[in-house]
Ligand binder design. Sequence first.
Ligand SMILES: O=C[C@H](O)COP(=O)(O)O
Length: 214
Amino acid sequence: MFVLVNLKTYPCDPVAVADAVRDVDESTDARLAVAPQAADLARVAETGVETWAQHVDPIEHGSNTGHTLAESVADAGAVGTLINHSERRLKLADIDGSVRAAERAGLETVVCANNPEQIGAAAALGPDAVAVEPPELIGTGTPVSQADPDIVEDAVEAADNVDSEVSVLCGAGISTGDDVVAAGDLGAEGVLLASGVAKADDPQAALEDLVDPL
Ligand SMILES: O=C[C@H](O)COP(=O)(O)O
C-alpha cells in the first residue's frame, strides 16, 4: 500500500513530520511519502523522505507569476505531485496540462477527484494514479473506506474500465491501520491522508498505527 501524507497548510513542523514518515517507511513494507507546501519541498526532501508536491500548474518556464513550475518542484527534490486536490480544483484542460507538465519534469502523478465518474475522466488523462475523495468526509475523521465503501469500489472499477494501468488511491478521514486495510480490501492500492498525521499530537505514533497491520 502507498500511504501519501498531505500536510496541506496545517501548522505542523514539516521537517519533523518528514523525519517521522522516513523512519516509519524504513520499518514497513508499505510505501510512505509526504506532500508539504511548495515552500517546504527542499528542506523536506533533504530528510531523505519520499517527497511530493501538493500541486503543479499547467505551465512552462516563462511569464507565469505566482505559479508552481513542475521543473522547480522536481529540482527541489519532489518525485511526484498531487493534481486537482479537492482544495485546489482545476478545470479539465488544466488538469490535463498539469499532468503533461509533471510528466515533462519526470514527476509521478496522482489526480484527485470527488466521485467515480470524475475518476473515470481523470484516468483518461493518463496519470500514474487517481485518488477518490468525497469532499464531505475530508478532515472529519470518518473514513471513506468505512463510511462510503461503494465510492471506493466504484472508483476502482471506473478507473479500470478506462485504463487498468492507473492505480487508485482513496482518501478522506483515514487515520488508522484498520482504515488502510479496509481501503485495500475495497481495491485501493493506497491512501491519501492529512489530518490523521499532520494534526496528531504524535505524528510518528499515528504513522506507526497506520502501517501496523500492513
Ligand atoms: O489530502 C488529503 C485528503 O484531503 C484527506 O484529508 P483528511 O485525511 O484530513 O481527511
